[in-house]
Design a protein around this ligand. Sequence first.
Ligand SMILES: Cc1cc2nc3c(=O)[nH]c(=O)nc-3n(C[C@H](O)[C@H](O)[C@H](O)COP(=O)(O)OP(=O)(O)OC[C@H]3O[C@@H](n4cnc5c(N)ncnc54)[C@H](O)[C@@H]3O)c2cc1C
Length: 634
Amino acid sequence: MALAPAWKKPRVAGPVVWWLRNDLRLEDNPVARAAVAEALTDQRPLLPIFIFDPRFLDRSPYGRVTDPDFKKSISTRKPVDFGSRKTNALRARFWLQCVRCISNALSASGSRLLVCHGKPEEVLASLPTGSLVLCQSEPVSPEQTDVEDGVAAALADKHGEIWRKWGAMSLYHRKDLPFRVGEAPGNYTELALTLGWEDLWRSPGRTPGATPIRSPVAAPQRLPQAPDVELPGIMPAAVLADDREALKMLGYSPEEVEEAMVQKLPAGGEVAARDWLEKWLREEGEPKDLVEPVLWDLPTGGVTKGHDALQWANLARPDGWLRVSHYMAVGCISAREILARAEESPNYNGVAHRLLWRELHRFNAIRWGRRLFWLQGPGRVERPWSWDTAAVEAWKAGRTGVPYVDACMRELQQTGWLAYKGRKTVGFYFVFILGLDWRIGAFHFEEVLLDYDVAMNYGNWVVVAEVDKSNRGAHGFKSVEDLAAWKKEEFEWKLSAEKKNDAAGEYLRRWLPELSKVDAAHIHEPWKMSAELASRCGCELGRDYPHPLGGPFNLREENEDTERRMHPNDSSGALYTYKQFVDFALSKGYPASFGKKCWEQAQLSSSCSLQEQVTQLQGQLEAAEQQLRTLRGT
Ligand SMILES: Cc1cc2nc3c(=O)[nH]c(=O)nc-3n(C[C@H](O)[C@H](O)[C@H](O)COP(=O)(O)OP(=O)(O)OC[C@H]3O[C@@H](n4cnc5c(N)ncnc54)[C@H](O)[C@@H]3O)c2cc1C
């Protein structure tokens, strides 16, 4: 261990404390390195601490949503009952596993992790006088920065200090950015261009002056010994080693614990995260033949040779792609390590593309602050909303009567995971077809998602709910019913895309046993079954499976993919499919029904010009015949 010169006295007396949060790793952890360096330089002991904060586990009214005095709110903001837990027992179990892994890694490096249960500002207030706490700041989450403020105040009372570090939760370091961190471009393409990506929709090329992405930093090799410190809420080693006991101590009921214990969980920890990434890089080394991409609600990236160059097809895959989000959420692996490792991979473009979406959501969350959690969203969109608790419960339980939605919600409930397209579709249904307050949907996701991350979850929800920007489509509605009628066709379009994707209904059968005997022709639309057929396959609506809430829905079957028409707003003469008409309307912020109207108009205008052509041809024919008669002299 390098010793500081004898004449250099430590500035303060207490230990250096590395307060671990969602950075549960040693590799590429600038906070860990800074804490170790500080301790070594000033010859102070280093104490690594992790704290389970009850406010982030239970149904507490704490934080952004209630803001009880509405000090930071707009006047029309509506309070909402926090019916969900902030973290369900399954995710708490995953956190426990990851905490145990970093604890073992610290022990192997000569240190020791102290794990506590309590409010950080109370736990850390009991540190010795003059302690220096280093932590990764979480600027995307106002409730986490509130906690940091609380800790700073508690430490100041005892001549202590907190150093909030940027860390490596983001791809970019704030000091390298060409803009102030709260003023980042709010649009993906603009952000990518500003950071020097030439055209991230299509290629991973970067301009010579592109904003640098720092290389991952190595783990500190040897850590100073941890001092013995008595703090409130210490979790005894024996409790921490046992999931059941630890969950109980964290406040989960015996039922919640037992439910979480039988659910499958990916292996936690830094090593598992890195192994997973390496396996993925090996297996995805060669681009495979991908399924035909479904671009119905995704930005178009251009489809080449049967598969999408940007791997959008994977976004539409029911099993996800990298499947690393849960590791990133707890910080078992950093985004920049993933990017650096993928550099040689044929999928580099896809990885960079997605990680930049993550970056965009992080910047947005910082820019929006508490506005991200308003019912009206950062776009301050005023709309009618519903708080129908029966509909909320049906949605959560996967009992809406819409098979695709129900399958997704049950997968989410049972595994803590759902593919991107599933998250988007169930969110769309929740917000537009059921008209429900989007925050209740987001709270539920917050409770059950294994990869829950405040910026990614709320950021995606405000986009799905169309409250992220003031100029999004859903304005001027007097009732949720009007809104649902307006959006119904768009929803039917999404369900139709799913039907095409999974014609046999395999995904639905996997999660909805009550539909297992329904034939492929009806599994996506059981409401179309005759009473006799429904009874034969043991799936009577209203008895075995619910009638569709907000439905029935009419899924498209026609040959929209092959028939092409000229778009009334395009004078180039190019021909487009029905789907392209709808996609175009949606991309311009219009509803799908506008695309349909244009499609019908296009048919009218082409039939009209056909009529004109026929008349013209008849005239020409008559003129030619007249000429012929003249020539023959008759
Ligand atoms: C309503 C809704 C809520 C969501 N909540 C979360 C959440 O709490 N935590 C979370 O990590 N992701 C969230 N996402 C984004 C996305 O669904 C997941 O990141 C993705 O499904 C994770 O699977 P993967 O690792 O296989 O993703 P891949 O497709 O392999 O992408 C790789 C990584 O890129 C990032 N990424 C990809 N798509 C997005 C996106 N749309 N927004 C932000 N980052 C993205 C993620 O970090 C992801 O792990 C949400 C999406 C929606 C529509």
